[in-house]
Design a protein around this ligand. Structure first.
Ligand code: ADP
Length: 722
């Protein structure tokens, strides 16, 4: 089916034709035949890189040109930025594109001027809770990676959000994009959608198992040279020799780094001079962006053409690695499966070095087929590679047979709704009532009838859980006591708008009510004791130190559990460890020191601080509403967590491009506030933080006239993690 033949305005057709897309891929053509451009609901369950985004684009452009508005829901922030950048290309067609991933308690009415809005599912849920007016104008909603409904963490939010959007805008077109899953037909039926189910791919994918020096696929065998002792390194070299790149998936961060280091000496020999030069530039940028031990290892690897990628790295570092790979300079990335979860980063060969993952209930277990397919699907760059190869490694014949049967020959598993627990439902029930979607228990059950859970299991399964949630919400004062009507209290409404788990809100309210003196530690531990916080894992070497800390500061915790109650006490120590990380952060401990002390990466510090800042914000709001102590203290701590610094730096830190390290430098040199900076000589500041930053500082504090010729002044020290 030619683009030319589509029922779309000429300018859109020209747009695609100019970018080299003349003909639809077969699954895309099927989607059009099934009503994509006529506003029909559609579920496309097709492999990665087979053009799902294009389907979304066509539906969105068509709808917007008919006066509608499109919402594109993604699971990850990084993915939101990727899609946003892509859709901005439509500005030549007069489209306005917006992105919303940030604060959870804002309406973001301003976003409504856009025609296409990209948001994470959590942000979409929060926009709904805050009754953002433009949500009612949405005419097409795209749910990307909709198979994540199966995820216990994020699935329930996606499911409820889709149900609410459909209830609010019954005529809105729903386009769901999914990996191939076992029960795609069931998912489609839930969405009242036509189904496009296909295994078609634009580049051939050879899936197989490597055993005893040979890569076995279904209908092909390929011997691989063995220049080194490591099979995976040999597979990498084989691909580089053929002009391709590799993604290597590992189960742990440590192994990621280990493999990138291991491959250095062999990969280095394959580099051209041009490669080396560009790689050196990327490595320098890595060092400029971060001063941790991990980033210096990363820089060393990158100079030799290898890299690792996981959530412990900061976003700028991950982006440097991704771009270096896209440009073809970095030859291999060894990654945890996070990279497989959506980022558009294909490679000629994907090597899955570890197909097992640790789970706390059952030890090391083989990953689901769905996850394997997500990783394997990254193999083969469309239009660049002649084919893609996905390789599993077997050490024995038995393992070879097992891997072939489990992953190559079997289809992906069914997906299942995870909505049916009190933990998943509590927050959504409160928001459903607060937003007026349900005013009685019957209306609530009626609303829940529209979820995938009810579709799969029947509403009956939900009834008992719903009652438990309603009891909890009434007991905690978030719903009025009236047994016949469902009405949220002012407290309940605020909890819903703040996008916090009602259990967290109840714990915070109780903690503030019962606290004696409120120290930094008391408040930090209070937020770490809520289920919304992501706690750090206790390593065996942590116990002594954290336990000693608890003994020395026992009076500052709302309650210290009995150490003989081992499970509860251990959980508590995890909360304290996380509080100690935040404590170091707001007392300006250097990031590298924090990383080494807690055995984490910089990315983890920032992710923990992000969540903590939000829960501290919630704490300040709740204390204000309920007239409890701590509102002012929490508000101050919220800001300190955002910047990772002591109180005296807050004024300086309000200036963009001044981070904690630069602010401290300025402060120690006697520039303690924006007012003092405003009176300073630009040359003096440039010596401290460099000319570029000085220029930015002066622009912001309104002294444009001060920004003159001082660009040849070098800063005293190079590099900071600001
Ligand atoms: P998915 O979302 O399924 O992972 P994308 O939509 O990102 O895949 O498509 C992968 C690549 O294929 C993109 O670079 C896209 O421009 C290109 N592409 C999509 N459809 C076509 C087509 N019909 N013809 C040529 N290239 C296409």
């Amino acid at each position: 089916m030619k683009i030319e033949s589509l029922d779309l305005p000429d300018e859109i057709k020209r747009f695609y034709e100019n970018s080299g897309i003349l003909e639809l891929y077969p699954p895309q053509a099927e989607a059009v035949e099934k009503g994509l451009l006529e506003g029909k609901n559609l579920l496309a369950a097709i492999p990665t890189a087979s053009g799902k985004t294009l389907l979304a684009e066509l539906a969105m452009l068509k709808s917007v040109l008919n006066g509608g508005k499109a919402l594109y829901i993604v699971p990850l922030r990084a993915l939101a930025s990727e899609k946003f950048r892509r859709f901005q290309e439509f500005s030549v067609l007069g489209m306005r594109v917006g992105i919303s991933t940030g604060d959870y308690d804002r309406r973001d009415e301003g976003l409504g001027i856009n025609d296409i809005i990209v948001a994470t599912s959590e942000k979409t849920d929060s926009l709904l809770r805050n009754e953002t007016a433009w949500m009612q104008e949405i005419s097409v909603v795209v749910a990307d990676e909709v198979h994540l409904i199966d995820s216990p963490d994020r699935g329930p939010t996606l499911e409820i959000t889709l149900s609410k959007l459909r209830r609010m805008n019954p005529s809105c077109q729903v386009l769901a994009l999914s990996a191939t899953v076992g029960n795609a037909d069931e998912l489609a039926a839930w969405l009242d959608a036509e189904l496009v189910l296909s295994e078609w791919r634009p580049t051939d994918l050879m899936e197989g198992v490597f055993y005893n020096g040979i890569f076995y696929c279904k209908d092909k065998e390929k011997p691989v040279g063995q220049p080194t002792k490591d099979e995976a390194v040999n597979l990498v070299l084989d691909t580089i020799k053929e002009g391709g790149q590799c993604l290597v998936f590992e189960s742990s961060r440590k192994n990621c780094m280990g493999f990138a280091k291991k491959a250095v000496s062999a990969v280095k020999k394959t580099l051209s001079n041009e490669d080396r030069e560009t790689l050196a530039g990327i490595a320098d940028e890595i060092i400029e962006n971060s001063e941790t031990d991990v980033s210096s290892v990363l820089a060393t690897c990158v100079r030799s053409g290898t890299a690792f990628h996981h959530a412990g790295l900061t976003t700028p570092l991950r982006e440097l690695v991704e771009n270096g790979f896209r440009e073809g300079r970095i030859k291999i990335i060894s990654s945890t499966p996070t990279l497989a979860a959506g980022l558009n980063l294909p490679a000629r060969r994907v090597i899955i070095r570890s197909y097992r993952r640790y789970s706390s209930d059952s030890g090391m277990q083989p990953i689901p087929v769905l996850e394997y397919k997500q990783m394997a699907g990254r193999a083969g760059r469309p239009r660049l590679d002649p084919y893609g190869e996905a390789v599993l490694l077997a050490k024995s014949y038995e393992e070879f047979v097992f891997l072939f049967e489990k992953y190559i020959e079997a289809g992906a598993e069914d997906i299942w709704s995870k909505l049916g627990t009190e933990n998943a439902l509590r927050t959504h029930i409160l928001s459903t009532i607060s937003n007026g979607f349900a005013r009685t228990r019957e209306e609530l059950m009626d609303f829940l009838e529209a979820t995938f859970f009810a579709f799969q299991y029947s509403n009956f399964g939900l009834s008992a859980v719903v009652d438990e949630c309603l009891d909890f919400l009434r007991r905690e004062g978030m719903l009025e006591k009236d047994p016949d009507a469902l009405v949220s209290t002012v407290f309940g409404k605020l909890v819903s708008r703040l996008y916090i788990d009602p259990l967290s809100a109840a714990l915070i309210a109780k903690g503030l009510r019962e606290a004696g003196t409120l120290t930094e530690l008391t408040l930090l531990h209070l937020i770490c004791s809520t289920p919304d916080m992501r706690l750090m894992y206790m390593r065996s070497q942590d116990y002594q130190e954290v336990n000693d800390y608890v003994m020395a500061h026992a009076g500052e915790f709302s309650k210290v559990p009995n150490p003989f109650n081992i499970a509860e006490y251990e959980w508590f120590l995890g909360e304290v460890k996380t509080s100690l990380l935040l404590m170091d952060w707001i007392h300006e401990k250097p990031e590298n020191e924090i990383c080494l002390k807690f055995g984490i990466g910089e990315g983890d510090i920032h992710a923990t601080a992000d969540i903590a800042e939000w829960i501290m914000h919630v704490t300040a709001q709740l204390a204000g509403l309920l007239d409890l102590k701590g509102a002012k203290e929490a508000s101050e701590l919220e800001k300190r967590i955002r910047y990772g610094a002591a109180p005296e730096l807050m004024d300086l830190l309000d200036i963009r491009s001044v981070g904690r390290v630069r602010a401290r430098k300025l402060y120690e040199a006697g520039f303690k506030s924006t007012a003092e900076l405003a009176a300073a000589s630009p040359e003096h500041i440039a010596v401290l933080v460099g000319p570029k930053i000085t220029e930015r500082i002066f622009k912001q504090i309104g002294r444009r006239e001060a920004v003159s010729e001082f660009s040849d002044i070098e800063p005293l020290e190079k590099g900071s993690s600001d």
